[in-house]
Design a protein around this ligand. Structure first.
Ligand code: NAD
Length: 272
């Protein structure tokens, strides 16, 4: 099988090319696989340390009969994001959907934050999303057929959590960028939306749970359990597929009249 091939089996017409950043694991992986199910050929992205995860995701996509390629890139660097878009277009064809999913979290009190903490949070979660939005938009404008751009926000973009202040601020910035980009991109028939997950059981929440547990003198696993029980109407921890289903809708023609929105998918924590 070629590195971006399809197993040689009969393959349905592609719905187009999607890039999903931070898709070696967690929510990004579930989104990449969902989009492949929905007919997209998918460019899988992550940082070099997660290349093995990217390869697993690519092989799952290929088993679904879709094409896939890998573009290792740090989304906080515009030149790497531009190269990622070029790789996706070269290997899979015109870009139709960008999912700027990659993000980082850190648990720290405001008084303990260093400038470097703040800078890195914004480099990945805000510059990273901006780089993906703008590189994708430029490519889509060149193609002249519109497109869809999505970014990862969070429930903390509506109501911050204490000890996650800079993370929360970075996700508010994603909401703001999404609204402004939506207005500016409308003339090119490009829609721009964000998704706002709640408490999803991924490596990111494992980190948040263990750090919050240390600060609150609780056992590992207790914080997430308490938050889910006390805050989530539907009473369970979210799984990445909950988010991927909403992204599937936002990436489909059914969402053609939706733009500038940040769609909450959290089992009932935040009510917009
Ligand atoms: P995760 O940590 O499990 O996965 C994130 C992936 O992004 C990792 O594979 C990581 O290597 C990659 N990544 C990090 N920095 C990168 C960079 N500079 N360039 C390219 N890739 C990079 O996290 P997740 O829970 O799957 O979260 C995915 C997105 O959803 C993030 O933006 C996160 O902030 C957001 N989110 C998550 C939750 C949650 O409860 N897990 C809730 C709300 C929002």
């Amino acid at each position: 099988m070629s590195s971006n091939g399809t197993n040689g089996s009969a393959v349905a017409q592609s719905k187009g090319t999607a890039i999903v950043t931070g898709s070696a694991r967690g929510i990004g992986k579930a989104i990449a696989i969902r989009l492949a199910h929905d007919g997209y050929d998918v460019c899988v992205n992550d940082i070099p340390a997660n290349k093995a995860g990217c390869e697993e995701v690519r092989s799952e996509i290929e088993k679904l009969g879709r094409k896939s390629t890998i573009a290792i890139a740090d989304v906080s660097k515009l030149s790497e994001v531009t190269a990622m878009v070029e790789t996706a277009v070269k290997d899979l064809g015109e870009l139709n959907l960008m999912v700027a999913n990659a993000g980082i979290a850190q648990v720290k009190s405001l008084l303990d934050l260093s400038e470097d903490d703040l800078r890195r949070m914004f480099e990945v979660n805000v510059f990273g999303v901006y780089n993906c939005y703008s590189a994708a938009a430029k490519q889509m404008i060149k193609q002249g057929k519109g497109g869809k751009i999505l970014g990862a926000a969070s429930i903390v973009a509506f109501k911050p959590f204490p000890l996650l202040s800079h993370y929360s601020a970075s996700k508010w910035a994603v909401r703001g960028l999404t609204q402004a980009f939506a207005m500016e991109m409308a003339e090119y028939k490009i829609t721009v939306n964000a998704y706002a997950p709640g408490i999803v059981g991924t490596a990111m929440w494992e980190l948040i749970d263990s750090e919050l547990a240390k600060k609150k003198k609780m056992q590992k696993g207790e914080v997430i359990k308490k938050y889910v029980e006390e805050l989530t109407a539907l009473g369970r921890t979210s799984v990445p597929e909950d988010v991927a289903k909403v992204v599937g809708f936002l990436g489909s023609p059914d969402s053609e009249f939706v733009t500038g929105q940040t769609i909450v998918v959290d089992g009932g924590i935040i009510f917009t």
